[in-house]
Design a protein around this ligand. Structure first.
Ligand SMILES: [Zn+2]
Length: 452
């Protein structure tokens, strides 16, 4: 199959005008000028997208597919209140509801051009949903307890699930562990996860240094999040003393950042020296700009992270927090807020953010030998993005057009391993409407939930 378009953005090489990508057996065979590829492969079936961009699929470096139905449930609350309200509503859902929610999340992901995910799940619903949607990536089994006496049990349960899920997932998905956060895990749990993950070669992800409340809870010993969250989790009888250090330094003490494939999510509230710790331990960071802005968490210090050589990709953190899985919004807002912060002294080009959204996200997951750019020999994870609409033309720079003018409704096609997982058509719209109807029934349950 020859995919062609006005622009091809390999990401690892300059863009090609009037380009094409030859895909065979799930692999990218060649990337080049359309005329040359057509002359070389005259019998190859062609799909031409016209005034559009062909580019690598997005890597959503942080999501929770199972939270898709929580969209709009807690829209105007700062992080701590949001977290508590979402938590309380969770008990309204049964396993089937979680499955529908995760299916909605996975479907919205591929419709937004996302081909790889780093998903943290508690219910396990993303395992089936991501596999069925054809997605690639890592699914991390969440584990949390502040109760030292429960650490062994919690980890054993998590490892049982990891083993079960390893059998259930598609061969494009790997299973890892996710100690939830500094405010929900006993230090012994960090130590135990670090040891087990290192021994078994499991990837690990955790929420880290997200909100000011989390920072203050760890460093100064108290905050709304620390108290109410612990109460809601049944841990209010367990002592907690100020540690005097930042969340990054705190978890670093317990060895979790030493895990070889470590992903830290958010990293907004960093004290002096924290960036150095992340760099030294080769911890990758998921930058989640819309979630961080919408929940009043702050803005991650991207410049400092990049200057220190920390690998940074982009995450949506699911519709529960930022309302949509639109990866174009994520890039655009993530870019604009950093331009605003840095001023003219340090100006981020759009191309830089496309690279973060694709190749660097893949690198953060250790998948860049397979995906993240359009190169011969890599897996064919490709999206076609329409750039033909009036607000998009004339297109001088396709990277700029993708970041500044496109959104998820402009995704024409999403391909993973050479298989089309989303093709904008009437048939697809009808199937999607059916899923939205099923999700709406779950959302009604949440809306009407008066609490346990
Ligand atoms: Zn999250």
């Amino acid at each position: 199959m020859l995919l062609s378009a006005r622009y091809v953005l390999p990401v690892s090489a300059p863009f090609i005008e009037n380009g094409a990508v030859l895909v065979r057996d799930g692999l990218i065979v060649e990337v080049g000028l359309r005329d040359e590829l057509k002359a070389r492969y005259p019998d190859e079936e062609e799909r031409d997208f016209g005034q559009a961009a062909l580019m690598p699929g997005f890597v959503d470096l942080h999501t929770h597919l199972e939270y898709a139905v929580f969209r709009g449930m807690v829209d105007d609350a700062p992080y701590s209140q949001w977290k508590l309200q979402v938590m309380r509503k969770e008990s309204a859902l049964d396993a089937e509801d979680w499955a529908v929610s995760a299916e909605l999340g996975a479907t919205e992901a591929v419709r937004s051009g996302i081909t790889t995910i780093a998903d943290i799940t508690d219910s396990g619903a993303s395992v089936g949903a991501a596999s069925a949607a054809g997605l690639r990536g890592v699914i991390y089994r969440e584990v949390a307890t502040m109760d030292r006496s429960q650490v062994e049990r919690a980890l054993a349960d998590a490892l049982d699930d990891v083993e079960r899920w390893q059998q259930a997932v598609s061969d494009r998905i790997e299973v890892g562990l996710a100690p939830h956060s500094p405010y929900s895990c006993h230090p012994k749990l960090f130590e135990a996860v670090a040891q087990t993950a290192t021994e078994r070669g499991l990837p690990v992800a955790m929420h880290l240094a997200g909100s000011k409340d989390e920072h203050d809870f760890v460093k100064y010993g108290s905050s709304l999040l620390g108290q109410d969250y612990r109460e809601a989790s049944g841990w209010s009888g367990i002592g907690w003393l100020p540690t005097g250090v930042s969340p990054v330094r705190y978890v670093y003490q317990w060895g979790i950042l030493e895990v070889p494939r470590m992903l830290a999510v958010h990293c907004v509230h960093l004290d002096e020296g924290d960036v150095g710790i992340l760099a030294k331990t080769r911890t990758a960071v998921a930058y989640c700009p819309r979630c961080n802005l919408k929940l009043g968490m702050g803005i991650a210090p991207l410049q400092e992270l990049m200057d220190a050589g920390v690998l940074v990709g982009i995450g949506t953190d699911s519709p529960a927090s930022n309302s949509t899985m639109d990866f174009f919004d994520e890039m655009r807002i993530g870019l604009l807020v950093q331009r605003g912060l840095a001023g003219e002294a340090r100006f981020y080009p759009a191309e830089r953010f496309v690279r973060m959204a694709t190749l660097e996200g893949a690198r953060a997951l250790g998948l860049d030998h397979l995906v993240g750019s359009l190169e011969a020999g890599k897996r064919a994870d490709i999206v076609a993005v329409d750039l033909s609409r009036s607000h998009q033309v004339p297109t001088q720079d396709p990277y700029g057009a993708v970041v500044h003018t496109a959104n998820q409704d402009d995704v024409l096609l999403t391909m993973i391993d050479g298989a089309v997982v989303f093709d904008r058509s009437a048939a697809d719209a009808e199937a999607f409407a059916g899923l939205v109807g099923r999700a709406d029934r779950v959302q009604a349950k949440l809306r009407n939930w008066s609490g346990a």
